[in-house]
Ligand binder design. Structure first.
Ligand code: SAM
Ligand code: SF4
Length: 336
């Protein structure tokens, strides 16, 4: 179906921020149980509640027809979904026809070795791979069930396929602080960017975030004693504060939702795998686009505009109450 140019006014919120970026969660399931993200025992959604690939493409098309230029596929772990490549193939056609600038993926990397070449074939050029440690025992402890070699193999395969990689690491006190220099050398030595993310209070995980949460402000101060960091352009246009590290030539980003609010430039919305549209990661409000889609595209468009009208000016995460989750929803429900 061609894109309809006659009704293509961009989606804009009540603060004048246009939506250019859609994060599409394709599953709430995952093959890991990262301690900052999930509880050890999770109840996942019944499969019948999860959108089909066709339904996802139908909803994504409405965003693309109204100004969205970038789509990130996320989860849960997107690559555990067996038909995920059908979705990438659908999006690839839009990129090829110039209706979309970029298709990206956030993945834990465990299945990247299998999919790296297919992703490139579908026009994916950059992926974010989550990796918080290079130590196999610590990786197992952090993910509760993971084997680090699978991720390292995934990274090798992705690099060999020509994908540009940004490693995402969630900051934490203690071992992470001792290891972060090695992560910088590992990433930059392989031509990868590194982004360090502050832990956010989403969902009960069975771990007290008050014990682990590390502020990027203090981490940056510490790093600046050993590394020469000068501000650099943020190639992704996202909320990271990006620096070039003189000693390695690589880039280091800090994503600091807790210590440095970046909502003024927010251009993104998130669609859950059940078809609920969330206009802010840090707020509960959502609308059901699957239900609207059963009526018409016009109903979907009206529901999106209504939701955007209520998009908050900024999230309300508070470092002082980090031990108490702001929301019941886990990070895996929307994919960050
Ligand atoms: N499974 C994929 C992955 O791990 O990359 C995609 C989904 S995961 C929820 C997306 C990103 O959120 C990952 O980089 C992960 O490290 C990060 N994340 C998970 N829980 C978080 C939390 N509570 N605070 C900050 N980042 C978190
Ligand atoms: Fe899974 Fe990603 Fe959450 Fe880890 S961060 S449990 S890999 S969804």
């Amino acid at each position: 179906m061609p894109f309809d140019a006659s009704n293509s006014a961009p989606f804009v919120d009540s603060f004048g921020r246009a939506v250019r970026y859609l994060r599409l969660s394709v599953t709430d399931r995952c093959d890991l149980r990262c301690t900052y993200c999930m509880a050890e025992k999770m109840t996942f959604l019944p499969r019948r509640e999860v959108l089909s690939v066709g339904e996802m493409l139908r909803l994504a098309r409405v965003f693309v027809a109204h100004g969205t230029r970038k789509i990130r596929i996320t989860g849960g772990e997107p690559l555990v979904r067996s038909d995920v490549m059908e979705l990438f193939e659908g999006l690839a056609a839009w990129r090829a026809s110039g209706n979309l600038d970029e298709i990206t993926l956030t993945t834990n990397g465990t299945r990247l070795a299998r999919y790296a070449e297919d992703l490139v074939r579908c026009g994916v050029r950059r992926v974010n791979v989550s990796l918080d440690t290079l130590d196999a025992d610590r990786y197992r402890a952090l993910t509760r069930i993971g084997t680090i070699q699978r991720v390292l193999d995934g990274i090798d395969a992705a690099r060999a396929a020509g994908l540009h990689i940004r490693l995402n690491a969630v900051a934490s006190r203690g071992a992470f602080e001792a290891e972060v220099d090695d992560l910088i050398r590992f990433a930059h030595g392989r031509g990868m960017d590194l982004a360090i993310i502050e832990e956010m209070p989403l969902g009960q995980t069975g771990c007290d975030r008050g014990q682990t949460c590390l502020s990027n402000a203090s981490l940056r101060k510490d790093l600046s004693q050993r590394w020469t960091m000068t501000p650099a352009r943020n190639a992704s246009g996202g909320p990271a504060q990006v620096f070039r590290v003189a000693e390695t030539g690589g880039t280091l980003g800090f994503i600091s939702p807790m210590s440095c609010n970046f909502c003024a430039a927010c251009n993104r919305v998130r669609l859950s795998c059940t078809g609920r549209l969330f206009t802010c990661l840090g707020e509960e409000g959502s609308v059901d686009l699957r239900d609207a889609a059963q009526r018409s595209d016009a109903a979907v468009i009206a529901a999106i505009r209504e939701a955007l009208w209520h998009k908050p000016e900024r999230h309300s995460f508070d470092p002082a109450t980090i031990s108490t989750p702001n929301l019941e929803r886990h990070m895996s429900a929307l994919g960050g």
